[in-house]
Design a protein around this ligand. Structure first.
Ligand SMILES: NC(=O)C1=CN([C@@H]2O[C@H](COP(=O)(O)OP(=O)(O)OC[C@H]3O[C@@H](n4cnc5c(N)ncnc54)[C@H](OP(=O)(O)O)[C@@H]3O)[C@@H](O)[C@H]2O)C=CC1
Ligand SMILES: CC(C)(CO)C(=O)C(=O)O
Length: 307
């Protein structure tokens, strides 16, 4: 199986690195700056599960390569359109794309561009970031990746993924209902990234403060209300389970969005939170969700003004 990992960042670098570590045939689609970094230092993973450093194969869009069997897509949502253009030459008739982005609307877009059969369902739970040296740093234990079929036709293809991930140093699981898992993660991450970014804090202190906990609860309720417009049966059925996850999270846990804000990089506000507001009209009372969008938009404005 020839694998193309699009984005050698916090997520792609980690799971792509673990696949390469297990001897799989992995190439990273990168841009020029990242290629230089990887050339000089190799791909470096610093993790509670064991560090790893190795030279990796890279391709920069435009360079010739045969179509790949599997594309692991791990870019931020604001680079989705550019990455679609960049990876198009490497997609063949039999290629399957496994996206690991948070959220859901990228799936609509990928299916529109590449066709429903090519796009699998996927997601991950991992707390990683790229440090100033371009190394993947992992902060907590979880390194879980879920994949599954979004169409009946994809079911027969999944055994190839089972084989590909066998023996890889990560918790990789096939899901029989990946759509449910993707939405569960979306409700969770929209709330978790929203509240930690709004409060500028890990989750523990938010829950420890009465008004912080009330805001967390209100934001979750707003997100469930908005998401239910699109998925009226599935979303309410996930409510209890996702809330339990939010109240049981390790107190020190921060979202990747908050980490991005601490680094001063862009945030996936339109993809994760704005798209939820788009599902409802302007009169729907979603005050906490609107406050999160406003906070993140102001952050983006300040970034632009500082440049
Ligand atoms: N980090 C985390 O802990 C988690 C993140 N996620 C989700 O995973 C997704 C990826 O996030 P994350 O890995 O943190 O993001 P990062 O910014 O760390 O990594 C994304 C990488 O993609 C590269 N990239 C972007 N566009 C292209 C392109 N056209 N061609 C080649 N490379 C490209 C960027 O490279 P360049 O340097 O050139 O810009 C960057 O290295 C997001 O949707 C995020 O929400 C999900 C779970 C956990
Ligand atoms: C919460 C976490 C770390 C779990 O994967 C995540 O998805 C994110 O912060 O983007």
């Amino acid at each position: 199986m020839r694998i193309l990992v699009v984005g050698a960042g916090a997520v792609g670098g980690y799971f792509g690195g673990r696949l390469a570590e297990a001897g799989r045939d992995v190439t990273f689609l990168v841009r020029e700056r990242r290629r230089q970094e990887l050339k000089e230092r190799g791909l470096v993973i610093r993790s509670v599960h064991g560090d790893w450093r190795e030279a990796v194969s890279t391709v920069v869009s435009g360079e010739a390569a045969d179509p790949f069997d599997l594309v692991l897509l791990a870019v931020k949502a604001y680079y989705l359109e550019a990455s679609i253009r960049d990876l198009e030459p490497y997609i063949g008739e039999e290629t399957r794309i496994l996206p690991l982005l948070n959220g859901v609307i990228h799936l609509d877009r990928l299916r529109e561009v590449f066709g429903e059969e090519r796009v699998l369902g996927g997601l991950c739970f991992i707390e990683t970031t790229l440090n100033a040296q371009g190394e993947v740093e992992q902060y907590s234990e979880r390194h879980d990746l879920f994949y599954g079929a979004l169409t009946d036709g994809q079911q027969k293809w999944l055994h190839r993924l089972d084989e590909t991930f066998a023996g890889v140093r990560a918790e990789v699981r096939r899901s029989d209902d990946i759509r449910r898992e993707v939405w569960k993660k979306y409700l969770f991450i929209a709330t978790f990234s929203g509240i930690t970014s709004l409060m500028g804090s890990a989750i523990g202190p938010v829950r420890e403060t009465a008004s912080g906990l009330a805001s967390l609860s209100r934001l979750f309720s707003d997100i469930v209300t908005a998401a239910s417009v699109r998925e009226p049966e599935l979303v309410p059925s996930l409510r209890e389970e996702v809330w339990r996850t939010l109240v049981e999270l390790e107190p020190s846990m921060k979202s990747s969005m908050l980490r991005d804000m601490e680094k001063g990089t862009a945030v996936e506000v339109d993809h994760l939170h704005g798209s939820l507001l788009d599902l409802t009209g302007p009169d729907t009372d979603l005050s906490l969700l609107r406050a999160v969008v406003a906070r993140l938009k102001v952050y983006e404005t300040v970034r632009r003004m500082d440049k």
